[in-house]
Design a protein around this ligand. Structure first.
Ligand code: AMP
Ligand code: ZN
Length: 462
């Protein structure tokens, strides 16, 4: 039973998909005006892990992540560089796929681009105008918030509080300070599209309503993004979508906490950011994933060199455990399985699942993985039967696959090296030291080191 913290109800709820066995997820994607930073990487990585987890639990997941490829920042940069907004978008969409791919983030089922969904947006806006929830003014169209009495329900604010916080300027075209643009009339130097209200471009919020409905239907399971998107972006999405359809839009709203530097949100506007590109020059992509997985996605996570070093060290422990497990398996013999150990391994897997079921608590699940590492390092040895080791390998890979880590090849010991090692073990039993040394040299020539430990000999790649 998976429980998800729903930002809308502000509590954990049992996850129940709309269509049995299927899950529809929409995640707000990047605005492609620059390389993304590791703060942006947090939702990309975490929601990728949750998608993998849902799939491991038998769900068929449709995962949609958009590209916002037209907005003020894009127009400003394209004009500055003397290129088109489309060219700028293409450059950074390409960069997104490279960087996200390097981080082990799988491509979404669909990556819709805002600029390719104008008819869908126009249809929504027209519907809202027809219903009297939106109005046109000088070629722009605004959503009229007082016409949607539930406005504020997602972020838990009421209209009066919001009203008193907002200000309206004299020359504002809006009827109410909380009204927001669905369509913006064309301005010189900006790309534009035809619409019933003249040339212009869409507002940011309507893009996500139109693209999510296009691929997931008018009512779908999970909508996610960073906590900064809760208000106004997601609040406005709810208002537009439900105002248009007259029924619920999304069942579960999920928001990740910020990745911080010195307790301030990492962001381009504050200038306190590191791009994924830069970080990957210094660290391994899996170190970054380890860092993200070490905290629950809703908690703030502080980024520092120290934290990265800790993540790296944890990952090395995992790789070492994997190597040990595989080399034990390579030299294991058939024999009676150890029921007690098999039960312990099964319990660790259950604890991992319990952690993930608890609002995708990867920190808790990571704890279970490290219990397995401890077991590998202490209780599994040369005398462990192949059947038991297979269970350990299975549990270990199931967990690390969901996390999307340990994908670097840990070579299994080649059979010829293993055969030489077995012969050497026999030679040592026979106290034939000359033979044992000769075999050690042959093993070394194949790139492996052999160490003699109280548990027997161990093979290690040179
Ligand atoms: P943007 O390209 O700025 O729209 O951001 C893409 C995604 O990254 C959104 O889901 C944001 O909420 C999220 N995001 C931006 N900055 C941070 C941060 N410092 N920590 C976590 N998530 C962030
Ligand atoms: Zn969005």
């Amino acid at each position: 039973m998976i429980q998800i913290y729903n930002s809308q109800s502000r509590q954990k709820e049992v996850f129940k998909p709309i269509r049995e066995g299927k899950v529809g997820i929409y995640c707000c994607g990047p605005t492609v005006y620059d390389y993304f930073h590791i703060g942006n990487a947090r939702p990309f990585i975490m929601f990728d892990v949750f998608r993998r987890y849902l799939e491991s639990q038998g769900y068929e997941v449709t995962y949609v992540q958009n590209f916002t490829d037209v907005d003020d920042k894009m127009i400003e940069r394209a004009n500055r560089e003397g290129i088109t907004v489309k060219e700028l978008g293409e450059r950074f969409i390409d960069a997104y796929f490279k960087d996200a791919g390097a981080l082990g983030v799988r491509p979404a089922t669909v990556h819709p681009k805002a600029t390719e969904h104008m008819p869908q947006m126009i249809r929504l806006i027209q519907g809202l105008v027809d219903a009297g929830i939106a109005y046109e003014k000088d070629g722009s169209v605004y959503f009229h918030t007082p016409a949607f009495p539930e406005y504020g329900k997602l972020s838990g604010q009421n209209l009066e509080d919001l009203d008193s916080g907002a200000r309206i300027s004299v020359d504002d075209e809006k009827k109410n300070p909380l009204d927001f643009a669905l369509w913006k009339a064309e301005k010189p130097g900006e790309p534009s599209w035809d619409s019933p209200w003249g040339k212009g471009r869409p507002g940011w919020h309507i893009e996500c309503s139109a693209m999510s409905m296009e691929y997931l239907g008018e009512h779908f399971d999970i909508h996610c993004g960073g906590q900064d998107l809760l208000f106004p972006h997601h609040e406005n999405e709810v208002a537009q979508s439900e105002g248009f359809t007259g029924h619920p839009f999304v069942n579960y709203w999920m928001h990740n906490g910020f990745l911080n530097i010195d307790n301030a949100k990492m962001s381009k506007s504050l200038g306190n950011f590191f791009t994924v590109r830069d970080i990957l020059k210094e660290y391994d992509a899996e170190d970054v994933r380890m860092l993200m997985l070490s905290a629950h996605y809703r908690s703030p996570l502080n980024f520092s060199r120290d934290m990265m070093m800790q993540a790296k060290a944890s990952l090395t422990r995992l790789y070492t455990a994997k190597e040990r497990l595989l080399s034990l398996k390579a030299s294991a013999k058939d024999g009676e399985v150890n029921a007690e150990l098999i039960q312990e391994i099964a319990q660790m897997k259950e604890r991992f699942i319990a952690g993930m079921n608890n609002d995708f608590n990867t920190a808790e699940a990571m704890g279970a993985l490290f219990e397995l590492v401890y077991l590998i390092n202490t209780k599994l040895d040369e005398s462990t039967a192949l059947g038991t080791l297979n269970k350990a390998v299975e549990a270990f890979t199931d967990m690390t696959d969901i996390f999307g880590i340990l994908s670097k090849k840990t070579d299994e010991v080649p059979s010829e090296v293993q055969a030489l090692a077995d012969a050497r073990a026999q030679a040592r039993k026979d106290k034939n030291w000359a033979q044992s040394d000769a075999l050690r040299d042959q093993i070394a020539a194949l790139g492996y080191m052999v160490e003699d430990t109280p548990q027997g000999q161990k093979l290690r790649k040179k």
